[in-house]
Design a binder for this molecule. Structure first.
Ligand SMILES: [Zn+2]
Length: 235
Protein backbone atom coordinates (compact mmCIF):
# COMPACT_ATOMS: atom_id res chain seq x y z
CA UNK A 1 0.00 0.00 0.00
CA UNK A 2 2.74 2.41 1.06
CA UNK A 3 4.83 1.50 -1.98
CA UNK A 4 1.85 1.97 -4.25
CA UNK A 5 1.29 5.43 -2.80
CA UNK A 6 4.93 6.36 -3.29
CA UNK A 7 4.88 5.11 -6.87
CA UNK A 8 1.77 7.06 -7.66
CA UNK A 9 3.27 10.17 -6.08
CA UNK A 10 6.53 9.81 -8.03
CA UNK A 11 4.69 9.32 -11.29
CA UNK A 12 2.70 12.43 -10.53
CA UNK A 13 5.90 14.38 -9.88
CA UNK A 14 7.37 13.17 -13.16
CA UNK A 15 4.17 14.04 -15.00
CA UNK A 16 4.14 17.54 -13.52
CA UNK A 17 7.82 18.07 -14.27
CA UNK A 18 7.50 17.04 -17.89
CA UNK A 19 4.27 18.98 -18.34
CA UNK A 20 5.86 22.26 -17.35
CA UNK A 21 7.57 23.95 -20.24
CA UNK A 22 10.81 25.87 -19.75
CA UNK A 23 8.92 29.15 -19.44
CA UNK A 24 6.33 27.71 -17.07
CA UNK A 25 8.99 26.33 -14.74
CA UNK A 26 9.84 29.84 -13.55
CA UNK A 27 6.23 31.02 -13.50
CA UNK A 28 5.28 28.20 -11.15
CA UNK A 29 7.06 29.80 -8.17
CA UNK A 30 5.08 32.04 -5.81
CA UNK A 31 5.10 35.80 -6.35
CA UNK A 32 7.92 37.52 -4.48
CA UNK A 33 10.47 34.75 -4.95
CA UNK A 34 13.59 35.11 -7.12
CA UNK A 35 14.52 32.41 -9.63
CA UNK A 36 16.66 34.22 -12.21
CA UNK A 37 19.50 36.75 -12.24
CA UNK A 38 18.82 40.39 -13.14
CA UNK A 39 19.50 41.23 -16.79
CA UNK A 40 23.10 42.09 -17.54
CA UNK A 41 25.39 42.79 -20.50
CA UNK A 42 27.71 40.11 -19.06
CA UNK A 43 26.91 36.48 -19.86
CA UNK A 44 26.66 34.98 -16.40
CA UNK A 45 25.19 32.17 -14.35
CA UNK A 46 24.86 31.38 -10.63
CA UNK A 47 25.79 27.84 -9.50
CA UNK A 48 24.01 27.29 -6.18
CA UNK A 49 24.73 24.27 -3.98
CA UNK A 50 22.48 23.23 -1.10
CA UNK A 51 22.62 21.18 2.10
CA UNK A 52 26.09 19.61 2.56
CA UNK A 53 24.59 16.39 3.93
CA UNK A 54 27.80 14.62 2.86
CA UNK A 55 30.84 16.22 4.50
CA UNK A 56 33.11 14.33 2.12
CA UNK A 57 31.24 15.69 -0.91
CA UNK A 58 31.40 19.22 0.53
CA UNK A 59 35.14 18.73 0.95
CA UNK A 60 35.42 17.95 -2.77
CA UNK A 61 33.63 21.23 -3.63
CA UNK A 62 36.10 23.07 -1.37
CA UNK A 63 39.13 21.46 -3.06
CA UNK A 64 37.73 22.12 -6.55
CA UNK A 65 37.13 25.80 -5.68
CA UNK A 66 40.65 26.17 -4.29
CA UNK A 67 42.07 24.83 -7.56
CA UNK A 68 39.79 26.93 -9.79
CA UNK A 69 39.77 30.56 -8.63
CA UNK A 70 37.37 31.73 -11.35
CA UNK A 71 34.69 29.27 -10.24
CA UNK A 72 32.16 30.86 -7.89
CA UNK A 73 29.43 29.13 -5.91
CA UNK A 74 26.66 30.26 -3.60
CA UNK A 75 26.19 27.66 -0.90
CA UNK A 76 22.85 27.36 0.85
CA UNK A 77 24.07 26.25 4.24
CA UNK A 78 22.13 23.67 6.21
CA UNK A 79 23.78 24.54 9.51
CA UNK A 80 22.90 21.22 11.12
CA UNK A 81 25.17 19.37 8.65
CA UNK A 82 28.65 18.85 10.16
CA UNK A 83 30.63 19.72 7.01
CA UNK A 84 30.02 23.45 7.54
CA UNK A 85 32.05 23.20 10.76
CA UNK A 86 34.58 20.69 9.46
CA UNK A 87 35.58 22.83 6.47
CA UNK A 88 34.94 26.23 8.08
CA UNK A 89 38.54 27.48 7.85
CA UNK A 90 38.90 26.70 4.15
CA UNK A 91 35.37 27.85 3.32
CA UNK A 92 35.95 31.12 5.19
CA UNK A 93 39.09 31.76 3.13
CA UNK A 94 37.05 31.23 -0.06
CA UNK A 95 34.30 33.49 1.29
CA UNK A 96 36.70 36.23 2.29
CA UNK A 97 38.09 36.46 -1.23
CA UNK A 98 34.59 36.59 -2.72
CA UNK A 99 34.69 33.21 -4.41
CA UNK A 100 31.77 31.83 -2.46
CA UNK A 101 28.73 33.23 -0.73
CA UNK A 102 27.08 31.51 2.21
CA UNK A 103 23.30 31.86 2.23
CA UNK A 104 20.65 30.45 4.54
CA UNK A 105 19.03 27.03 4.08
CA UNK A 106 17.79 26.77 7.71
CA UNK A 107 19.09 24.67 10.61
CA UNK A 108 17.25 21.38 10.19
CA UNK A 109 15.66 21.34 6.71
CA UNK A 110 11.98 21.32 7.72
CA UNK A 111 9.30 22.31 5.21
CA UNK A 112 8.85 25.95 6.20
CA UNK A 113 5.20 25.99 5.08
CA UNK A 114 4.39 23.49 7.87
CA UNK A 115 6.07 25.49 10.66
CA UNK A 116 4.63 28.13 12.99
CA UNK A 117 5.78 31.72 12.50
CA UNK A 118 8.06 31.36 15.53
CA UNK A 119 9.64 28.14 14.20
CA UNK A 120 10.25 29.71 10.77
CA UNK A 121 12.17 32.52 12.46
CA UNK A 122 14.04 30.08 14.73
CA UNK A 123 15.12 27.88 11.79
CA UNK A 124 16.48 30.88 9.89
CA UNK A 125 18.12 32.53 12.91
CA UNK A 126 19.83 29.35 14.09
CA UNK A 127 21.55 29.04 10.70
CA UNK A 128 22.23 32.80 10.62
CA UNK A 129 23.86 32.76 14.07
CA UNK A 130 25.94 29.72 13.11
CA UNK A 131 27.28 31.53 10.01
CA UNK A 132 27.94 34.72 11.96
CA UNK A 133 29.90 32.78 14.59
CA UNK A 134 31.85 30.55 12.18
CA UNK A 135 32.27 32.84 9.19
CA UNK A 136 31.79 36.35 10.56
CA UNK A 137 29.28 37.21 7.85
CA UNK A 138 25.51 37.41 7.77
CA UNK A 139 23.49 35.20 5.42
CA UNK A 140 20.85 37.94 5.11
CA UNK A 141 18.86 38.69 3.07
CA UNK A 142 19.25 35.46 1.08
CA UNK A 143 17.57 32.16 1.96
CA UNK A 144 16.28 29.11 0.15
CA UNK A 145 13.32 27.20 1.60
CA UNK A 146 14.00 23.45 1.92
CA UNK A 147 12.33 21.49 -0.92
CA UNK A 148 11.44 24.83 -2.53
CA UNK A 149 8.33 24.82 -0.32
CA UNK A 150 7.30 28.40 0.23
CA UNK A 151 4.15 30.49 0.42
CA UNK A 152 3.06 34.07 1.13
CA UNK A 153 3.14 33.54 4.92
CA UNK A 154 6.70 32.16 4.90
CA UNK A 155 7.81 35.04 2.66
CA UNK A 156 6.25 37.59 5.04
CA UNK A 157 7.57 36.02 8.27
CA UNK A 158 11.10 35.62 6.88
CA UNK A 159 11.09 39.21 5.62
CA UNK A 160 10.10 40.45 9.09
CA UNK A 161 13.53 39.35 10.39
CA UNK A 162 15.55 40.57 7.40
CA UNK A 163 15.30 37.64 5.01
CA UNK A 164 13.83 39.56 2.13
CA UNK A 165 15.26 37.49 -0.76
CA UNK A 166 13.72 34.03 -1.09
CA UNK A 167 15.95 32.38 -3.70
CA UNK A 168 14.58 29.59 -5.83
CA UNK A 169 16.03 28.34 -9.10
CA UNK A 170 15.54 27.84 -12.80
CA UNK A 171 17.11 24.52 -13.68
CA UNK A 172 18.37 21.67 -11.51
CA UNK A 173 21.35 19.31 -11.77
CA UNK A 174 18.99 16.66 -10.34
CA UNK A 175 21.79 15.75 -7.94
CA UNK A 176 19.73 13.80 -5.40
CA UNK A 177 20.81 10.67 -3.60
CA UNK A 178 21.21 7.61 -5.81
CA UNK A 179 21.42 9.73 -8.95
CA UNK A 180 24.00 8.76 -11.57
CA UNK A 181 26.69 11.23 -12.63
CA UNK A 182 25.52 10.81 -16.23
CA UNK A 183 22.10 12.14 -15.18
CA UNK A 184 23.69 15.12 -13.44
CA UNK A 185 25.75 15.88 -16.51
CA UNK A 186 22.71 15.69 -18.77
CA UNK A 187 20.71 17.99 -16.47
CA UNK A 188 23.61 20.44 -16.11
CA UNK A 189 23.98 20.58 -19.87
CA UNK A 190 20.26 21.18 -20.28
CA UNK A 191 19.97 24.03 -17.78
CA UNK A 192 23.26 25.93 -17.68
CA UNK A 193 22.60 29.14 -19.62
CA UNK A 194 22.90 32.90 -19.42
CA UNK A 195 20.95 34.50 -16.55
CA UNK A 196 20.11 31.23 -14.85
CA UNK A 197 20.23 30.27 -11.19
CA UNK A 198 20.90 26.52 -11.21
CA UNK A 199 20.55 24.26 -8.17
CA UNK A 200 22.91 21.47 -7.14
CA UNK A 201 23.43 19.54 -3.88
CA UNK A 202 26.53 18.59 -1.88
CA UNK A 203 24.95 15.39 -0.64
CA UNK A 204 26.99 12.79 -2.52
CA UNK A 205 29.51 12.34 -5.30
CA UNK A 206 27.17 12.42 -8.32
CA UNK A 207 28.22 15.98 -9.21
CA UNK A 208 31.77 15.92 -7.84
CA UNK A 209 32.63 12.92 -10.05
CA UNK A 210 31.95 15.04 -13.14
CA UNK A 211 33.41 18.38 -12.04
CA UNK A 212 35.75 18.64 -15.07
CA UNK A 213 32.90 18.11 -17.52
CA UNK A 214 30.65 20.60 -15.70
CA UNK A 215 33.37 23.26 -15.61
CA UNK A 216 33.82 22.68 -19.33
CA UNK A 217 30.12 23.43 -19.93
CA UNK A 218 30.48 26.85 -18.24
CA UNK A 219 33.67 27.53 -20.24
CA UNK A 220 32.39 26.43 -23.63
CA UNK A 221 29.22 28.51 -23.23
CA UNK A 222 31.37 31.53 -22.28
CA UNK A 223 29.49 32.02 -19.01
CA UNK A 224 31.00 33.86 -16.08
CA UNK A 225 30.17 32.30 -12.72
CA UNK A 226 28.84 34.80 -10.17
CA UNK A 227 27.57 34.64 -6.60
CA UNK A 228 23.99 35.73 -6.00
CA UNK A 229 25.12 38.73 -3.99
CA UNK A 230 27.38 40.11 -6.71
CA UNK A 231 24.65 39.69 -9.33
CA UNK A 232 21.70 40.91 -7.27
CA UNK A 233 23.26 43.43 -4.85
CA UNK A 234 26.43 44.67 -6.59
CA UNK A 235 28.52 46.98 -4.40
ZN1 LIG B 1 17.92 21.33 0.84
Amino acid sequence: MWNKEVTRKSLFAVAVASFLSVADAALAWPRGTISALPKSSTRRVAWTVDDGASSAALGRYVSMLEKNPTVKITFFVLSGAPGWSKYATRLKALQDRGQIQLANHTATHRKMTTLSDARIKAELMKCENFCLAKYGMSTKPYYRPPYGEIDARVIRVAASIGFTKPMLWYGSFASGSGVKSSTVLKSASKWIANGRIVIDHANGYCTTNVFPQILQIFRSRKLKLVTLREAIDPQ
